[in-house]
Design a protein around this ligand. Structure first.
Ligand SMILES: O=C(O)CCC(=O)C(=O)O
Ligand SMILES: [Fe+2]
Length: 295
């Protein structure tokens, strides 16, 4: 009798175990059934977050039109956008063959090679690596050619600057000999570190002719790539009809007449490091800076 009860008891335990195993299996397969939809939900939530973030980001930079994207290659001829000249040039002495009569902006990727841009970027990295601002923006002014790092630097910089001068003259119908390099002409390095002084606040809208005085034509040679070396940091022309941007690309030269027809700003850099060189020209020989000379 006791044995039978024991037998019955052990049977019951077996059955209980089976039921428990069955329940566990059912629960497991139920969860397995949910796994697909849950993963889909997670992916959708992530995609939505990214989309919202991108939307907010695009609102922040408020871009109406991208004039030239980083991916594009503007070869053979510069891409030119003509704009009406402001009156800024009427209030100063005019220099025929130089003072802007035709105003606008242009971009070319065929004046400076990516290899040349890389060499200049290495120089900028080394030069600015010696010091630099605590905030996000540092410059290394090289207008006098005071930084000489072997022959290559002087040769490349001189050569590059000559080619930029030639393309500006050709695009705006000027005599290249009547354009003079002016100051400041500088390397810039920008990252996302918060500004510590107002010198770090590179993002304010400005007119180069007002900010720097002597500029008639501004050129920017980019030494790094928007999107892969850094994000944010696009150049923005602030027109009454909207904002138009040029995305930096290593070796890209963007140039424009420096008056208020070309009010602009640089978007805040959100990630990475952006290198560029600002090279500018004046029509007024009194504001010319002499070429760096080799001993
Ligand atoms: O680096 C740039 O894209 C623009 C810099 C600038 O606006 C300036 O140097 O005046
Ligand atoms: Fe500027």
């Amino acid at each position: 009798m006791v044995r039978m009860r024991n037998a019955k008891g052990s049977n019951a335990t077996e059955i209980e175990k089976k039921i428990k195993r069955g329940n566990a299996l059912r629960q497991g397969s139920a969860w397995r059934g949910y796994r697909g939809p849950v993963a889909l939900l997670l992916v959708s939530v992530c995609a939505c977050t990214v989309a919202v973030w991108m939307y907010i980001y695009s609102l922040d930079s408020d871009i109406t039109e991208t004039l030239v994207s980083q991916r594009e290659l503007v070869s053979s001829h510069p891409r030119v956008y003509t704009v009406q000249c402001s009156e800024d040039y009427d209030n100063q002495k005019r220099y025929p063959g130089c003072t802007p009569q035709k105003c606008g902006r242009a971009v070319t990727d065929s004046v400076v090679t990516r290899e040349e841009a890389q060499i200049l970027r290495r120089l900028a990295e080394r030069g600015l690596g010696l010091a630099g601002s605590e905030g996000g923006a540092s410059i290394l002014d090289l207008h006098s050619g005071a930084l000489s790092m072997g022959k290559q630097f002087v040769n490349i910089y001189r050569d590059v600057r000559g080619r930029i001068q030639a393309v500006i003259a050709e695009t705006f119908g000027l005599d290249p000999a009547l354009l003079y390099l002016t100051k400041p002409t500088f390397f810039s390095r920008i990252n996302s570190t918060a500004a510590k002084t107002q010198h770090d606040e590179y993002w304010h809208p400005h007119i180069d002719k007002v900010t720097y005085g002597s500029f008639d034509y501004t050129s920017l040679l980019y030494l790094s790539d928007y999107g892969s070396d850094f994000t944010g940091g696009r150049f923005i022309f602030m027109d009454q009809s909207g904002n138009r941007t040029v995305e930096p690309r290593a070796g890209r030269v963007s140039f424009f007449s420096s008056g208020s027809e070309n009010l602009h700003r640089v978007e805040k850099v959100s990630w990475g490091t952006r290198y560029a060189i600002t090279v500018s020209f004046t029509c007024d020989p009194a504001h010319a800076i002499s070429d760096p000379t080799l001993p």
